[in-house]
Write a protein that binds this ligand. Sequence first.
Ligand SMILES: Nc1ncnc2c1ncn2[C@@H]1O[C@H](COP(=O)(O)OP(=O)(O)O)[C@@H](O)[C@H]1O
Ligand SMILES: [Mg+2]
Length: 325
Amino acid sequence: MSAIVTSGLSKTYKSLGKAPVHSLRDLDLTVDENEVFGFLGRNGAGKTTTIKLLTGLIHPTAGRAQLFGVDTLLPDARRMVGYMPEQPYFYEYLTPKETIEFYGRLRGLTVAERQQAWEQISELLDLRDIADRRIRGFSKGMRQRVGFAVALVGDPPLLILDEPMSGLDPLGRRMIRELILKMRDRGKTIFFSSHVLSDVEEICARVGILVSGKLAACDRITALVGDVPKSVEVCATGLTAEFVAGLGDYVLAREERKEGGHRLVVENTEAANQLATEISRAGGMLLSLHPVQESLEDFFTRIQEGTQISLPEEAQPAALAAAEE
Ligand SMILES: Nc1ncnc2c1ncn2[C@@H]1O[C@H](COP(=O)(O)OP(=O)(O)O)[C@@H](O)[C@H]1O
Ligand SMILES: [Mg+2]
């Protein structure tokens, strides 16, 4: 069974005297059980809106979503989800242990279950040392860890995390990445949003890219970036400056390397072969020929530029204003 299925899921915000904002439009998405799915998009793309729809915090204007076959409009769907909001809010005077206890009660866990939840979660997230300190004095990284811990209360099969790495230093980001993988290894499904590509690239098999409320791409990362190199880098020695300067326009970039010789960039492997022939004719020596793959970041940039924002006329001013906020 799929962990998440949405069909035609849409959300339009309407407020009096303002043009409607189409925050999410016709989202069709399936996330398999035990998958780590990265939901990418710039600020204002509609990531949080989608997550709020999935967690039942808001209701769709059109379309529907199901978690493990249960419609998100039903309270039962909530039982499947551990949710970490974009800005987790805590009772500042509680300790992590009390916070977990509090959420355990909300989840309806028994005393024994709450005790067990704390044992497991504090072990997993390394919370023992800070168990009895008030959250008030916590750093962003520690707060994020507590936020993650809250999502694990009740051992839900699906974790939905809204920008879990945002605002963290590299160590904090790594901690969250490792936690996500750890949870995957325990059989959980993880759906998380991010605008930082490297976080997603490392741990997700599949990603969806949201542009202005529309799913612009959704696939395995390897499929999105493709096997075709975006350029080929050729390094060679024994070439004169005149020869390098005289090479045709098919050489896109040329530079002298600090360690000696030249680095030349061409568009594809055919061009690289042509260049190799010219180099050998000129008496030079080929050092390396290296295809450069498109990164997810290149793809992300390309798709942002290529997707036209086609909002209905009347919706544009509000959407633009919102995007500028
Ligand atoms: N409650 C709301 N009322 C009106 N517009 C909203 C509301 N919440 C979000 N939006 C708008 O919906 C769009 C998507 O927002 P959001 O889902 O928060 O994007 P993201 O999480 O990708 O940054 C933005 O243009 C935002 O201003
Ligand atoms: Mg958001």
